[in-house]
Design a protein around this ligand. Structure first.
Ligand code: ATP
Ligand code: MG
Length: 362
């Protein structure tokens, strides 16, 4: 970009030189020396006048325009008109331009500050809302402890007396509903902590082969009951430094989901881990109903559940995958899905092998 001042001086310099040069040529070639002198003096005065008027124009027009341009650049960077440099001009158009720019700037600055206030207020309200519901969920957890405890004591009939068949069914129902409620409250609390950036992580050495074996062990009884084959396909054992319980939580959510969407007897779930440079890439693959491309984009959002006949039969709140994503992100990794309808689904999540900076209780 060439500054307007340079163009002005270039033009006036060139024209002054041409005028003076023409005067000089006339002086040299004039038949009468007096006429030559007059023309030379005249040309010199005109050339000097051109240069002087350029200096004047530069001072009174280009300087304020330059300042105005600087003010505009500063305003576009900071959105603050108060930082402007004062512009003194007696040129009407520039004066009007500056005045309009200043009043427009003041309006924009005011609107932006009002908007920021609103955003700040909304953030505060949002935080209060999350804190309130977090408190409610916390309070809900407390009465669940005696409900579960007494239901378990009633189930063990030797402690509180014999129950008839109807009473046993009722107590079993109370117990399983309380367990579901406890899980839901736990999931809501975890999601809220994730939203507030308050979920804590503990990092420790993890033997991934051991971790996968313990997960398989945990899910084997239910897999046998549902006639689902659950396979461990770890390629190589490694030790990573991360949060064992949280990685376990991701696997649990993914395996529970997979179990719900595969067909009993034909169902197959493969879990495992691959080396991926400075990460370990864990996976849970199934040969279930699959997830359409449009739903793949949505399933990691809170409370999102796909409305299919299979889904409708399930319990659940649509928080499982949102929690998996929050944990994977919090541990410095990521999670994604690859799926084909009627073929199956594979969830992958990458976790760094080395320690990273996390929210920690310690
Ligand atoms: N392996 C899978 N195969 C097919 N669909 C799946 C699979 N995993 C998840 N989904 C779909 O993604 C939705 C969201 O899963 P998510 O785990 O977040 O919630 P949920 O299982 O319905 O409830 P929650 O986990 O909170 O009990 C599920 O409702 C289901 O429709
Ligand atoms: Mg789930």
């Amino acid at each position: 970009m060439i500054p307007i001042k340079n163009i002005l001086f270039l033009l006036s310099g060139a024209s002054s030189f041409i005028i003076f040069y023409m005067g000089l040529v006339n002086y040299i070639t004039a038949i009468e020396s007096s006429t030559g002198w007059i023309l030379l003096v005249f040309a010199t005065i005109v050339a000097a006048g051109t240069l002087l008027s350029t200096v004047y124009i530069s001072k009174s027009i280009t300087k304020p325009i330059e300042k105005l341009a600087e003010n505009m650049t500063e305003f576009s960077k900071t959105n603050k008109i108060t930082n402007k440099k004062p512009i003194n001009t007696n040129i009407k158009e520039i004066y009007e331009l500056n005045k309009n720019f200043e009043s427009m700037g003041e309006k924009v600055e005011k609107t932006i500050s009002v908007q920021q206030e609103y955003v700040e207020k909304l953030k505060q309200i949002d935080k209060k809302k999350v804190e309130f519901s977090s408190m409610v969920s916390h309070e809900l957890k407390t009465p669940l402890v005696p409900i579960l405890g007494y239901a378990q004591m009633l189930q063990k009939q030797e402690l509180m007396g014999k129950l008839n068949k109807q009473q046993i069914d009722a107590v079993d129902e109370i117990y399983s509903s309380a367990v579901k409620l406890q899980r839901l409250v736990g999931d809501i609390l975890t999601t809220q902590k994730l939203d507030l950036g308050k979920l804590d992580f503990n990092q420790e050495n993890i033997h991934i082969a051991e971790l996968l074996n313990s997960i398989i062990k945990e899910f084997n009884p239910i897999a046998i009951e549902k006639k689902i084959n659950i396979i461990n396909k770890i390629t190589k054992d490694e030790i990573i430094f991360s949060d064992k319980d949280r990685i376990n939580q991701i696997f649990s959510n993914l395996i529970k989901n997979a179990m719900d969407f595969v067909e009993p007897k034909k169902g197959e779930i493969i879990i495992g881990a691959d080396n991926d440079k400075e990460f370990i890439k864990f996976f849970v693959k199934d040969n279930g109903i699959g997830i359409s491309e449009s739903n793949q984009k949505e399933i990691f959002k809170k409370f999102y559940q796909i409305d299919t006949s299979t889904s409708r039969k399930r319990n659940g709140s649509g928080l499982g995958l949102a929690i998996c994503k929050g944990i994977a992100d919090g541990l410095g990794g990521n999670i994604w899905v690859e799926s084909k309808e009627d073929v199956g689904t594979a969830f992958y999540f990458k976790i760094p092998k080395q320690p990273i900076k996390v929210n920690s209780k310690k």
